[in-house]
Design a protein around this ligand. Structure first.
Ligand code: THU
Length: 159
């Protein structure tokens, strides 16, 4: 077999002030949404803010459950609500933030595998790239498209 290298581009900032105004505004929305998380089991609170093509911002936070797998990540809470409220409006960007045990996290929060798959569906469904902004109290990272976080991704093709 031949070796094939795949390349992804990740943008990085040391501070929220380094972000473009629209990105820092969206991250602030995600930081606020973190406060609404219900995470008594993990104590890992996550907030997400989704920017739609019509300018609307939809918020989500992780919602846990005593039956652990019944809970849902902040990203999917926001994405599914955005798509059910505005089924014909593309998603332009999502920002995510987290706290651990009530303290600010200094590592960016990266969407889990399931959320990446849902983000991919949202991207493909509207044919527009979704910028993903992954925040923390220190480093902030961003990718221009979910495909940078989920290369070689699964799509259902029926012949
Ligand atoms: N979680 C999110 O909400 N988003 C992520 O990107 C990572 C993980 C939640 C799920 C669970 O409630 C808690 O964080 C710990 O895994």
């Amino acid at each position: 077999m031949k070796e094939k290298k795949l390349e992804i581009t990740v943008y990085e900032a040391d501070n929220v002030k380094e972000l473009a105004p629209a990105d820092s505004a969206l991250l602030h929305e995600a930081i606020n949404a973190t406060k609404n998380a219900y995470a008594p089991y993990s104590k890992f609170n996550v907030g997400a803010a989704v920017l739609l093509d019509n300018g609307e911002i939809i918020h989500g936070s992780n919602q846990e459950n005593a039956a652990y797998p019944s809970g849902l990540c902040a990203e999917r809470v926001a994405l599914f609500y955005a798509n059910s409220r505005y089924p014909n409006v593309a998603i332009k960007a999502i920002a995510v933030n987290s706290t651990v045990n009530g303290k600010e996290n200094h590592d960016p929060v990266y969407p889990c595998g399931d959320c990446r798959q849902v983000l991919l569906e949202c991207e493909n469904r509207f044919g527009k790239p979704i910028k993903v902004i992954m925040g923390s109290a220190s480093k902030i990272q961003a990718v221009r498209s979910i495909k940078d976080l989920l290369p070689l991704s699964f799509v259902l093709k029926r012949e």
